[in-house]
Design a protein around this ligand. Structure first.
Ligand code: OSB
Ligand code: MG
Length: 367
């Protein structure tokens, strides 16, 4: 598959409601949309880097740079056979997983379109719809958080995740638990704590949570082992797992009991599948994380989440939870059983609303 051209588009899309985490607040979501051409077909990918380096060190700015100056030159005009061939070609570029994963997604889209197969089929997915939940950002007050959770439960979400940070943790979580005694509930700290905070977080253990996500430092595995040893609730790692090797360390160190898989953070869908397979072999459940994706990344997440060891609901909500206007013509809707259908058309299975894409564009480069 000869890569004839690559277009990078830096976009900014207004969110329906601001999204606040322990590391910041977004009202518009930025990302980089990647389009590649080969033999009369176009493939699309989404690089989930954000405007600010709050989730990890990558930003839309660094990913535009790495894609343009390093990733594109390693594949332009070359015959890229598949995702693993792509990974070999970019292996000399250290880190920058979000940038690599965006380009790899576009390769998968092209591979699927060429073969007439959906991404789900290419990856070995086994479900036609996947269980999903909603990730609720930090709200102005505990009362508004409870109201927001009630609203999503009303809409049909059977699993709710709430973001926590120091000062907004046990009380917020307990309030949601009081209102919904049997809701599948989990929390995500995005690295806001250290081991010194563990005793203060201990009451979370009494709230019947599915998991506590990434309480400690984004580059830590060992302290998470110590944290897990003090808690009955499963710890789930997100930020700390950047490679299949990190997943093996976490399993061997008993640093967590669950892993959140994001293809972006791991450097590509191919790497996400590897972590999935490794965890499956160790009876460690996984679920699909989200980065407020557009319809492009959402289609990719749904295909990935259809693999057999994705046994917990993903952070892959319906399009109307994020955007009034999306850049795909397809919009994803929540079924009454808290699932979303996995696309079945070739490749990612979505088409682009070119008008919308243009209207959100901040900058564009074609190579
Ligand atoms: O930690 O899971 C996270 C969004 C941006 C950055 C990090 C995270 C998130 C989410 C949103 O939780 C999940 C979604 O896409 O709905
Ligand atoms: Mg997370």
């Amino acid at each position: 598959m000869k890569i004839e051209s690559i277009t990078l588009q830096h976009v900014s899309m207004p969110l329906i409601a601001p999204f606040e985490t322990s590391f910041g607040r977004e009202t518009d979501r930025q990302c980089v949309i990647i389009k590649i051409h080969s033999e009369g077909l176009a493939g699309y990918g989404e690089c989930v880097a954000t405007r600010d380096p709050g989730y990890n060190y990558e930003t839309t700015g660094t990913s535009m740079h790495i894609l343009k100056d390093f990733i594109a030159p390693s594949i332009l005009g070359k015959d890229v056979k598949d995702a693993l061939d792509f990974q070999e070609r970019v292996a000399g570029i250290r880190g920058h997983h979000l940038a690599k994963a965006g380009l790899e997604m576009a390769i998968w889209d092209l591979l699927g379109k060429r073969a007439g197969k959906s991404l789900r089929q290419l990856l070995g997915g086994v479900r036609e719809k996947v269980e999903v939940g909603v990730s609720i950002g930090i709200q102005e007050s505990t009362q508004s958080l409870v109201r927001s959770a009630a609203d999503f439960v009303e809409q049909g979400y059977a699993r709710v995740k709430i973001k926590i940070k120091p000062g907004r943790d046990v009380e917020d979580t307990a309030a949601v638990r009081r209102e919904f005694p049997s809701l599948r509930l989990q929390v995500d700290a995005n690295s806001a704590y250290s081991m010194d905070d563990a005793p203060r977080l201990k009451p979370l253990d009494k709230l019947n949570l599915l998991l506590i996500e990434q309480p400690l430092f984004e580059d830590d595995i060992w302290d998470h082992h110590k944290f897990q040893a003090q808690f009955e609730t499963p710890v789930c790692l997100d930020e700390s797992i950047l490679t299949p090797r990190h997943a093996r360390y976490a399993i061997e160190m008993m640093a967590c009991r669950i892993i959140n898989i994001k293809a972006g953070r791991l450097g590509g869908l191919s790497q996400g599948v590897m972590v999935h397979d490794l965890c499956q072999g160790h009876q460690m459940p996984v679920w699909c994380g989200g980065m407020l994706e557009t319809g492009i990344g959402r289609a990719s997440n749904l295909a990935l989440a259809s693999l057999p060891n994705f046994v917990l609901p993903g952070d892959v909500s319906a399009s109307d939870r994020y955007y009034a206007r999306d850049i795909t013509n397809e919009r994803f809707v929540l079924n009454s059983d808290s699932t979303i259908d996995v696309p079945h058309a070739a490749g990612l299975g979505v088409t682009i609303d070119e008008e919308a894409l243009k209207s959100f564009s901040l900058a564009q480069i074609t190579l």
